[in-house]
Design a binder for this molecule. Structure first.
Ligand code: IYR
Length: 222
């Protein structure tokens, strides 16, 4: 006989079409206010707020419910300094030869360069690691759809940060393996994204970017 697994009752409230219309629009308009920023105040974030944000991220669906993610939260100034130095070293090489002219042109509207002061200025750096596999009783155990799962969790993370009234940057220093070393992570974890989080600095400006229209993103088959 195959093993049986317990199921539990699950219910959700639903809404009238009118309410759904209002709620879906409100949610879209609220998410549309999120912007990637590079200017943070140094005001610290209460630890419990960060913990709640991580718990929210960890509600994301994942392959075989393995939740193949680890969130490292760096608030220690020395560790932030170390991460900044290592990231800037890689980024300097990227901006001065490793990135193509096309890539640099595509980035020009964002105004980025190799300097990353926000890695020290932001009160917290959340480094998302994907767990390629697990070690259980000294045996290698698979995780599944790891990149998809961790991408989903990171999306939830960014929404949770936005909901708390904080701002973030999805930063991708490349290559990122220095994070494994600095944070002393085990062999089964790979750095996925580095996310500085904090309060928006006063008088911040962001590039005047437009999002794609519905027409540009939808195809209905009715
Ligand atoms: N990793 C570099 C370059 C960079 C690449 C992309 I694609 C961006 O959207 C933004 C930056 C950096 O962080 O500056």
């Amino acid at each position: 006989m195959g093993k049986t697994y317990p199921y539990i009752e699950y219910t959700r409230e639903s809404f009238s079409e009118e309410e759904m219309l209002a709620r879906s629009k409100e949610f879209y308009e609220w998410l549309d206010k999120r912007r990637t920023v590079r200017n943070f105040s140094d005001k610290p974030i209460p630890k419990e707020v960060i913990e709640n944000i991580l718990l929210a991220a960890s509600t994301a669906p994942s392959g075989a419910h393995k939740q193949p993610w680890t969130f490292c939260v760096v608030t220690n100034p020395d560790t932030k300094k170390q991460i900044r130095a290592a990231a800037e070293k890689e980024e300097y090489d990227s901006y001065n030869g490793r990135m193509t002219d096309e890539w640099l042109e595509d980035l020009a509207p964002l105004g980025t360069n190799w300097e990353k002061p926000f890695l020290e200025e932001a009160p917290a750096l959340i480094i998302v690691f994907k767990r390629a596999y697990e070690f259980v009783d000294k045996k290698k155990k698979n995780n599944y759809y790891v990149t998809e799962s961790v991408g989903l969790a990171t999306g939830f993370l960014l929404a949770a940060i936005h909901h708390a009234g904080l701002v973030a940057l999805t930063h991708t220093p490349s290559p990122m393996n220095f994070l494994t070393k600095v944070l002393n992570r085990p062999e089964n974890e790979r750095p996925f994204l580095l996310i500085p989080v904090g309060y928006l600095a006063k008088e911040t400006q962001v590039p005047d970017l437009k999002r794609k229209t519905l027409k540009q993103i939808d195809v209905f088959y009715e």
